[in-house]
Structure formats: C-alpha cells, structure tokens
Design a protein around this ligand. Structure first.
Ligand SMILES: *Cc1c(COP(=O)(O)O)cnc(C)c1O
Length: 451
C-alpha cells in the first residue's frame, strides 16, 4: 500500500468503504482473514475466527447473536464478567480526565492509588511497584531487576533457576525461563542459560534441593508459577513442597520471583496463590486479572531490599527499563475499579461457590474412563484426556473447542488438558451447563471409541 501514492482523500474514501463493509455486510471474518495474523494460530488449516460483537457477564455474543459461556475468562483475564458497568464507567470517567502521560518525571492519582492498594494486599516486605503493560513484561522486568540487583552489588551472580513445564511469557527473556518446547524450538540458541528443576513431587524433592545447593551461590533468582503451572497444562503441585524449595533458595539468598500473572486476584481461592505458602517471594509479577481483564497492565512488585540496591550516586546503577504505556492512567483506573469489586464480600462468596462446585464435581468427571488426573484449586478445575503420544499437537483440543462452541460453551484445552477458569460472576446454572457440555463430550468420545 505504501508505494501507491494515495491522496489523503482516497485513503479516507477507502476507510469509509471498509467501515461500511464491516458494519453493513457484517462480514468481519472475511475481512479478518484478509488482513490479520492471530496469536498461537497455525496459518494453514486456520479455522475462521468467530466475530464477537458484544459481551455481558460470563457471555460472549457473536454476530448472529449466538451466546457462548466464556468458561476460560478469555485467556484467564476476565474476573467480573464482560462489559462490566462499574468498570466501563470508571474507564470513561478517566478517559475524560487523562488518557496517558509519560511516567518518567510524572505521576497520577490512579497509579498511586493502585500501588498503595497492592502494597496493602501483598506481604509486608513488598514495598515498591514497577509498572509495565503485560504479563511478559512483568516477568522480563523481574528477571532484569534481579540480575541487575547482583550486578549493582558487584557480584557475578547471574544464573537463573526455573521449573520444567513453566510458562512466563513470549518475549526472549520470558521465553528463556519457560519450558523448552515447540514454542521455543526456533530460538533455542538465543535463549539465556537456565537451570531447570522438575515441578516438585514427593519423590523428586531431594534431587531438586541438591541442585539448588550445588549452584546456590551463583543463582541470581528463581522464577516460578506458584501452585499451578498454567500454560504447562494447569499442572498443580503442593504448597509444602514449594515451601521447601523456597527455603532452600533463601538459604543461598536467591531472589524468589512469584509469577502470579495467572494465579493472582482470586483464581486459586485466595487473592494470591503465594498466601498458601509460609515462605514469601521477594518479587511478585502481576497482570491478566489485574485490570479485571479490561486493559493491558503489568506490575512487578518488589521488596524494599531489592529496590535499595538501586539507590546509588553511580548513575550506572539505575534501572534503565520502561515502556511507552507504563502505568497507563486508563489501565490503572480500571485496575482500581476491579480491585474494589474483588474485595467485596459478595465476590469472596462467589469464589467460594465456584471452589465448592469444583470439589463437588471432580469425582463425577473422574468417573469417566477416558479421563485422568482430575484436580482443582479454587476456581480452576483441570483434567487430562487419555491419549497416545504427541499429546500437545494432537487435534483433540480443536475437537473439544468445536464440540463445546456448538453447544454455547467456550473452552480451549491446552493440548489434551481440558480445564475451566470462569469469571467470578458465573451462575450455578452456567457452571452446570459447562460441566454438562464437557460430560457430553466425554460420552461422545466413549461412543466413538466403541464404534
Ligand atoms: C499469560 C502468562 C504470562 C504472559 O502474560 P502476557 O500478558 O500474555 O504476556 C506470564 N506468566 C504467566 C504465569 C502467564 O500465565
């Protein structure tokens, strides 16, 4: 398009026609296919994306008005439901006041209010909030902050410790500390060197502790998803085991980074999953539910001790990191509204209601022979479908999604792991419908394998 010398007038005519096509002929999907490259989507065999016109509560409505229960909170972000009235109002109010301002040398009330609220909710030693704009940047910042902490202190510590099967985001640094998989294969040579330890169970914990002790004084930081490895298939592990690992790390002064991008803001039944442990991290990474799923925002919250390593007469010890949309006022205003909703007694009750539902239905799901490893923590329930090899690339995930969409439920399995993680406004009826749809899929596969 750039080499066509279009006049401004021709551009605006083109846009007008496009808008006309979009809103009159309503063929959004067709125009999408022409221009857009979607995330995590194989470009060959790509199914037509569904155009969503609006949302309300747990429901998403497509162009034809068909409703889908958003049982995975639109990739784990939506907390209080779609198009929430209070959040929308706060967003509009803020937009009329101030939509964006450079955050170096300037500040604003929404950012200050949010920082103070988060510091109040986080453990006492967490004293400083560093803003960015998504989950990957929140972990990237945590890693850089930790490495430079040791650099500022004049030591050579720079090894990083992470779990196998982990996921911390898609930028190069975040990818480095994530499990080596089909996601990272083309970049293997470019990734930072990381010591990987297994996700803990009763059998491997001595070996893990040994690995930590062997490398201890060279390890700058340990990054982990507390209790639930999200993208790694909702793999869950015990708080007591994580406590033992954190203790071992702390013996060697390793900076502990809890990546609560997914687990934060009530998903596991507590505001932060770290509340299940005695040992607390030095850094928290937050995003996704931080704004209730309305705007992109990231937070890296650290202890006073880490921050103080950056107080120096030497300007080289400055943390030279920032993003254009750091602490965007709209995102902060919306995060404040979402926190207000999260802390209501009604929300606590509804999280408990979903938690109880998950506990109640786990044995029912486990009763199907095609199912293994049914587990739940708080509002998350997950299990695997029994399959042969190549479980992640197997197209069962698409089959599940297609089957459920047809029945008005949106699920997006991680390989052969089926899970739900609904917005907290989900009703009992809607929960039953999600369960019922999953059971119908399980019965359908049994019928297929018997055919
Ligand atoms: C989603 C996720 C990220 C990355 O967040 P983005 O906003 O998608 O970049 C990082 N860590 C965890 C645990 C996540 O679930």
């Amino acid at each position: 398009m750039f080499n066509v010398p279009l006049s401004l007038h021709a551009h605006s005519e083109f846009l007008k026609k496009l808008v006309f096509k979009l809103f009159c002929s309503m063929n959004i999907t067709e125009i999408d296919r022409k221009y857009i490259w979607h995330p995590f989507t194989p470009q060959k065999w790509m199914a037509d994306p569904i155009a969503i016109k609006n949302g309300k509560g747990t429901l998403l409505f497509d162009e034809n008005g068909k409703a889908y229960i958003d049982a995975i909170s639109s990739w784990w972000v939506t907390l209080h439901g779609h198009a929430h009235q209070l959040i929308a109002e706060k967003l509009y109010d803020q937009a009329k006041q101030l939509e964006q301002v450079i955050f170096a040398g300037f500040t604003h009330a929404p950012a200050v209010q949010l920082a103070a609220s988060l510091i109040e909710l986080l453990p006492d030693h967490i004293q400083k909030i560093f803003y960015s704009d998504n989950g990957s940047t929140s972990t990237e910042v945590a890693l850089k902050m930790s490495i430079q902490y040791w650099w500022n202190k004049g030591t050579g510590r720079k090894k990083i410790l992470a779990f196998n099967n982990s996921y911390h985001g898609d930028t190069l640094g975040a990818m480095s500390v994530s499990d080596r998989s089909v996601f990272t294969a083309p970049f293997t040579d470019l990734l930072a060197e990381v010591i990987f330890i297994d996700t803990p169970d009763e059998n491997n914990i001595p070996k893990i502790i040994e690995q930590i002790n062997e490398n201890g004084d060279d390890i700058a930081c340990f990054i982990y998803e507390p209790l639930v490895q999200g993208a790694g298939g909702m793999k869950m592990y015990k708080a007591a085991l994580l406590d033992r690992i954190l203790k071992a790390c702390k013996l060697h002064n390793v900076i502990c980074i809890a990546d609560e991008v997914m687990t934060g803001f009530g998903r596991t039944g507590k505001i932060f999953a770290s509340e299940y442990m005695d040992e607390q991290p030095d850094i928290f990474c937050l995003s996704k539910g931080l704004t209730g799923g309305t705007m992109a925002l990231g937070v890296t919250a650290c202890s006073q001790k880490i921050h103080d390593a950056y107080i120096s007469d030497d300007k080289k010890k400055t943390f030279f990191h920032g993003h254009s949309f750091t602490a965007n006022p709209l995102a902060c205003a919306v995060a404040n509204a979402s926190l207000e909703l999260l802390l209501l007694p009604e929300t606590k009750k509804t999280i408990e209601r979903i938690t109880a539902f998950n506990k109640k239905v786990s044995p029912i799901v486990a009763g199907y022979t095609s199912v293994k490893n049914v587990r739940s923590l708080g509002t998350i329930l997950a299990f695997e479908l029994k399959l042969g090899k190549d479980e992640y690339l197997n197209d069962v995930a698409q089959q599940v999604t297609g089957f459920c969409l047809d029945k008005g439920v949106y699920l997006r399995p991680l390989g052969n792991t089926i899970y739900w993680m609904p917005p907290y406004c989900i009703t009992d009826e809607e929960l039953e419908k999600v369960l019922d749809t999953v059971i119908r899929f399980l019965e359908f596969t049994v019928a297929l394998s018997n055919a």
